[in-house]
Design a binder for this molecule. Structure first.
Ligand code: 13P
Length: 256
């Protein structure tokens, strides 16, 4: 089975203007980024141009936190994929639970955003995850299935899924290793049904939700957990680097 290269993504949410972005990235570029791990940071839109300049020629990738489904038009407050590509952005997050809960994103708009982003040349990190009420009602897998129903329209070679249980985001309460592995393995089974066994084996599924140095090693060691989408702990360069090293260790474990 092909080993999947771990992917560690920092989702900074609405944190770090240009000055703080520069300070973080200068420190990150001094740090030893393990070659076995792919690293991406997703600053707010306004910090992207400066981040792109600082990251030129480095191994650290740059992502946006959202992207629209059209290339231009009367969509106040939105940003289009070609605008991101022009800056040097190569990744976009879509469907984060904060977008779904606070800004009205639906499974349909999430897939439309993802499809346009891919068509323009971006790699997409598509977020899914159940609420606490849904988990307690035993509906976790049904919710995940509904959230990925439209992804057959997407290119699996330029897609990453991020399983982020809503109850674990920003709460300090991460999913257990068993909960994460169960959801990831089930997602991979569904991906095989949609894309075929080979593409499903190659597609990376990230875990997100209170991922931090204290729990990263055990979560990232799970067979179907291929990296992390990190909020709070990605804002501090030392904790972000510690998670990168844990991801590198999990990759070494797979290879040996
Ligand atoms: P936290 O790591 O702060 O829980 O956030 C996770 C997240 O939402 C990443 O997209």
């Amino acid at each position: 089975m092909a080993a999947r290269r771990p992917l560690v993504v920092g989702n900074w949410k609405m944190h770090k203007g240009v000055a703080e972005t520069a300070a973080f990235l200068e420190a990150l570029l001094q740090a030893d980024v393990p070659g076995s791990v792919e690293v991406v940071v997703c600053p707010p839109f306004t910090s992207l141009p400066h981040a792109a300049m600082l990251l030129t020629g480095s191994a650290v990738g740059l992502g946006a936190q959202n992207v629209h489904w059209e290339d231009h038009g009367a969509f106040t407050g939105e940003v289009a994929a070609p605008m991101l590509l022009e800056l040097g952005v190569r990744w976009a997050i879509v469907g984060h639970s904060e977008r779904r809960a606070l800004f009205g994103e639906t499974d349909d708009t999430v897939v439309r955003r993802a499809a346009r982003a891919q068509a323009a040349g971006l790699d997409v990190i598509l977020c899914i995850g159940e609420t606490l009420a849904e988990r307690e009602a035993g509906a976790t897998l049904a919710v995940l299935e509904r959230q990925i129903r439209g992804i057959g329209a997407l290119d699996p070679a330029h897609l990453v899924l991020a399983y982020e249980p809503v109850w674990a985001i920003g709460t300090g309460r991460n999913a257990t290793t068993e909960q994460a592995q169960e959801a990831h393995a089930e997602l991979r089974r569904r991906l095989a049904g949609t894309f075929g066994a080979g593409p499903a084996q190659r597609l990376r599924i990230l875990y997100g939700g209170s991922l931090k140095p204290a729990n990263a090693r055990e979560l990232l060691a799970q067979a179907d957990v291929d990296g992390g989408l990190i909020g709070g702990a990605s804002l501090d360069v030392d904790s972000f680097c510690a998670i990168m090293r844990d991801a590198a260790e999990s990759a070494a474990g797979v290879d040996s």
